[in-house]
Design a protein around this ligand. Structure first.
Ligand code: ZN
Ligand code: ZN
Length: 138
């Protein structure tokens, strides 16, 4: 159980998360790449509760029928990935926690990486995902 406070780059979106971090992952799927500057999305996969404390600038984009992605309309920070079917499962960008340290547990969707991406060997590689927080529901 952990409780963390996070924010976007400009500070217009602030939030707290409470719950368990099931896994810290880097996702190499095409959607994450498109939304995150051509790179992997590094996120903490939470099971718990996301509480928005300042959210006027937050916009949710329905990236598929199964999930939505939250970002700041002021600064463009990519912040959240959230399952529609089970909103208690959500990923939060590690970039939203500038004062926290994380260790990566997994590189996921490495089968979808771009040819310029080379996931390091600092964590296991997965085809798609093996977690219940899987983004296989993209
Ligand atoms: Zn912002
Ligand atoms: Zn992804």
């Amino acid at each position: 159980m952990s409780e963390l406070s996070g924010q976007c780059l400009c500070g217009a979106v602030t939030f707290t998360v409470a719950g368990d971090i099931n896994r810290v992952s880097a996702c190499y799927c095409g959607q994450c790449r498109a939304q995150n500057g051509g790179g992997a999305f590094h996120g903490a996969e939470f099971q718990g509760e996301l509480t928005l404390t300042q959210s006027e600038a937050l916009k949710w984009y329905a990236s598929s029928k199964k999930a939505r992605r939250g970002f700041c309309t002021e600064c463009g920070s990519s912040l959240f990935w959230q399952s529609n079917a089970n909103p208690a499962y959500f990923d939060v960008s590690l970039g939203a926690f500038p004062n926290e340290e994380f260790e990566l547990d997994a590189h996921i969707f490495v089968d979808n990486k771009a040819n310029y991406q080379s996931p390091p060997k600092n964590a296991p590689h997965f085809i798609e995902s093996t977690s219940p927080l899987s983004q296989e529901t993209l």
